[in-house]
Design a binder for this molecule. Structure first.
Ligand SMILES: Nc1nc2c(c(=O)[nH]1)N[C@H]1C(S)=C(S)[C@@H](COP(=O)(O)OP(=O)(O)OC[C@H]3O[C@@H](n4cnc5c(=O)[nH]c(N)nc54)[C@H](O)[C@@H]3O)O[C@H]1N2
Ligand SMILES: Nc1nc2c(c(=O)[nH]1)N[C@H]1C(S)=C(S)[C@@H](COP(=O)(O)OP(=O)(O)OC[C@H]3O[C@@H](n4cnc5c(=O)[nH]c(N)nc54)[C@H](O)[C@@H]3O)O[C@H]1N2
Ligand code: SF4
Ligand SMILES: [Mo]
Length: 692
């Protein structure tokens, strides 16, 4: 009997990017554990990924290429050979490209965050082909842009400092579910006397365990941040020296913040003026005492119309109080820009045909865009979609339209997957992909500062192939003969990080593979002495770049598209705000088909306040219908005080076909976009609820 432990990385879209040890016995992965030596993983994996072998050896894994034999969406397939699959796909793509290659669209997101199985060979292929570009906006571009206008790049507080904070604002995040290893450090800080305050419309698992919970209305965070600025300035809880040296536009900001006294903020946010005052004083006084005030801002704040502005406003706060001076102070939204990734080497945008004007399609409006005819403004009708690392039919907004789009008889759809997801049901050709335990990869992270290596632990089941190999084979069939199309995964991994950058000078793929992880050379307190990467080099309270984009150059409040205050006419018919943040045991729509995890979540649930439930004669356990003009879905009511009156919460993202009505929360979400970054507005939704 042979047994070994293989160094691997959790591939999922989660800030923690854990280092894993995979135990292998006689070629079978028997257990997956957190690497005890890796500082942020600290030997712990979340419940979902601890069950990784259950997912990997799932009876429903796709093992062979298949072609559709039923109607689109019906999910009936027949096994074919790789040769037939590749021949069909390359034949069809050649045919379309001969007319207009821009009619071909890749659709991918973060099913794996690996730099190889994510976008390396795949993008080389689509660049060479001259396919449309996909704007990958579905998660984080609104906040990312708001943060970059203010700070310059997605760089922030190092999670490895968090245990030394004395105050932590957990703002629009639910780390117990979605950032567990930060939560572990926040708990350590709490044991050492820190106060934790959750800012979240929902009493999430995390909010429940914080000393204070400020339950504002969804989409009103920008106003709360303006209120905090108002009080910090009015009560002079400022670091004048930091402001003077390292910020831009304080005088203009002061005038703007003056418009937001606590009472106005309280009315906008649906909280009390005392909560605004108390929070501002606690935040300002912590820094004044020379203690660390940290903000862990997360993506929950930016899935609304004004999401970019909300992130921008919050990102201004530590520069006012000088909280950046402390390594455990400041703010973290994402640290992904700390990694000097060499995307040009991995993805080869230079292969794009020089004589072709690129066209970009936004993944967040895929429903409308699949249904659009050719126009001079839009370009050609989409004739082929190649889906990998994503499940758009379940996760993209306004699902009715998305499903209609994928059901088009004249659309050629290829899906690369582990499982027959809701999206796979619409494929013409369905290809079996390998999982993280079966392929090689290299990873950056967005919640810590380690470069990470994933070694394959087991052989692929059936005829599954890595994404990289599938696109390599397709490139061959297309006749692409540039040397980059025959590079191995190992050769690509060597190019993943830019060694000319001082943060990664020590990057060496062969040692990384053996060690599993290696920390970037980054300063513990990134902006203690300024050094922002904005155009001015300062934290920009006033942003000329925003003004050039037609945005307000100063922090402001942009109300939601759909809320009782901003759209009373709509609210007369649909009076309840709905948010659909992730369920703890799922990762977006991944893991929903893992029996033990789905059993823990039970069925789709809807949290309702007791007053809203009583008004509709609804009690816990009732099946309810949630609807608006875009669609409807059903869930089991869970009545209580986790939500404020006027708000309902449906934890997500369910596979439609595993819900009793074959629908999920995205039936009611809209394709309207955020103020910045063309992101989706998943949490900017009004609905009505009735007993089903
Ligand atoms: N278990 C688990 N972990 C995950 C995921 C998952 O699906 N499951 N998904 C991963 C991915 S892709 C991402 S992007 C992250 C997402 O995780 P986060 O970045 O934490 O974001 P969300 O889960 O969308 O929202 C977090 C919290 O924000 C609250 N919220 C909603 N609207 C608002 C608002 O307007 N203002 C404020 N202040 N709060 C609001 C929600 O109630 C929720 O409790 O997690 C990653 N990790
Ligand atoms: N209502 C609502 N909708 C949401 C959200 C929400 O909070 N509420 N969250 C949004 C957010 S933040 C995000 S990031 C998106 C996420 O949306 P997606 O990025 O689509 O994420 P998943 O749903 O996890 O789907 C990823 C798929 O990739 C597959 N996959 C994993 N690894 C590989 C691989 O190596 N090769 C191939 N070929 N396939 C692989 C998995 O099996 C899985 O089916 O959803 C968004 N949708
Ligand atoms: S999903 Fe997140 S917390 Fe869970 S193992 Fe992966 S990286 Fe770690
Ligand atoms: Mo996400």
């Amino acid at each position: 009997m042979s047994s070994s432990v293989v160094r691997a990385v959790c591939p999922h879209d989660c800030p923690d990017t854990c280092a894993m040890h995979v135990s292998v016995e006689d070629g079978v992965a028997t257990a997956v554990r957190g690497d005890p030596e890796h500082p942020t993983t600290a030997g712990v994996l979340c419940t979902k990924v601890s069950r990784y072998t259950e997912r990997t050896y799932h009876a429903d894994r796709l093992l062979y290429p298949q072609k559709r034999v039923g109607k689109k969406g019906e999910g009936k397939f027949e096994r074919i050979s790789w040769d037939e699959a590749l021949q069909t796909i390359s034949g069809k793509l050649k045919q379309i490209a001969a007319r207009n290659s821009l009619a071909i669209l890749p659709y991918s997101y973060a099913g794996t965050m690996g730099l190889l199985q994510g976008d390396s060979m795949s993008m080389r292929f689509f660049h060479k082909l001259g396919a449309s570009f996909l704007d990958r906006t579905i998660c984080a571009t609104a906040g990312g842009n708001g943060y970059k206008y203010t700070i310059g790049a997605r760089i922030g507080t190092d999670i490895e400092q968090a245990q030394d904070a004395k105050l932590i604002l957990i703002w629009g995040g639910n780390p117990i579910a979605s950032n567990l290893h930060f939560w572990m450090r926040a708990q350590e800080a709490k044991r050492k006397g820190a106060r934790l305050i959750a800012i979240d419309p929902y009493r999430s698992l995390t909010a429940e365990k914080c000393q204070q919970h400020i339950a504002l209305l969804p989409g009103t965070d920008a106003a709360l941040a303006l209120g905090l600025m108002h009080v910090l300035i009015a009560e002079d809880l400022l670091d004048h020296d930091y402001i003077q040296q390292y910020t831009l536009g304080f005088e203009q900001l002061k005038q703007r913040a003056a418009e937001w006294p606590p009472q106005r903020v309280a009315e906008t946010c649906g909280i009390s003026a005392g909560e605004v005052l108390g929070l501002a004083r606690e935040y300002g006084l912590t820094a004044r005492r020379g203690e660390a005030a940290m903000i862990r801002m997360n993506y929950g704040v930016q899935r609304v119309r004004g999401g970019g502005m909300a992130v921008r406003n919050i990102a201004c706060l530590p520069a006012l109080t000088g909280a950046w001076r402390h390594a455990a102070g400041g703010v973290q939204l994402s640290v992904s820009d700390a990694f000097p990734k060499n995307a040009a080497a991995l993805q080869r945008p230079d292969l794009f045909p020089a004589d072709l004007t690129p066209r970009t399609i936004n993944m967040s409006t895929i429903g409308d865009d699949l249904l659009r005819d050719a126009t001079s403004e839009f370009g050609p009708k989409v004739e082929a979609v190649i889906v990998y690392n994503s499940n758009p039919v379940a996760v993209a907004p306004e699902s009715v339209k998305v499903a209609q789009g994928f059901a088009r008889e004249d659309l050629f759809t290829v899906v690369l997957e582990h499982f027959q997801t809701d999206s796979a049901d619409y494929a013409d050709i369905l290809l079996p992909a390998t999982t993280q335990l079966e392929h090689l990869d290299i990873h950056s992270a967005y919640g810590h500062h380690y470069m990470m290596a994933n070694n394959p632990a087991i052989a692929p089941p059936g005829e599954a192939q890595p994404n990289t190999e599938i696109f390599r084979l397709l490139a061959q069939r297309m006749g692409y003969d540039e040397p980059c199309f025959s590079e191995s995964d190992d050769e690509m991994a060597q190019q993943a990080f830019n060694k000319n950058d001082e943060r990664a000078v020590h990057f060496d793929w062969s040692s990384l593979k053996k060690a599993g992880w290696s920390k970037l050379r980054v300063a513990a307190a990134p902006f203690a002495q300024g050094g922002f990467s904005t155009p001015s080099g300062k934290c920009e309270f006033y942003s000329a770049a925003m003004q050039a984009q037609g945005l307000d150059p100063l922090p402001t409040y942009i109300p939601p598209y759909e809320s009782v205050a901003s759209n009373p006419q709509l609210a007369a018919r649909y009076p309840l705000a709905m948010i659909s943040p992730p369920a703890r045991n799922f990762l977006n729509s991944s893991f929903v088909n893992v029996q033990s995890l789905r059993a823990t979540e039970g069925e789709p649930q809807l949290d309702l306040h007791s007053a809203d439930a009583a008004a509709r004669q609804i009690v816990s356990g009732d099946r309810v219908r949630i609807y608006n003009d875009r669609g409807s879905f059903t869930a089991l009511a869970r009545v209580g005080d986790k939500v404020r009156p006027g708000l309902v919460v449906g934890l997500s993202v369910w596979w439609k076909k595993l819900a009793s009505d074959c629908k999920n929360a995205n039936e009611v979400t809209s394709q309207r976009l955020t103020d910045m970054g063309r992101g989706p507005t998943f949490y900017d939704v009004l609905v009505q609820v009735e007993k089903a």
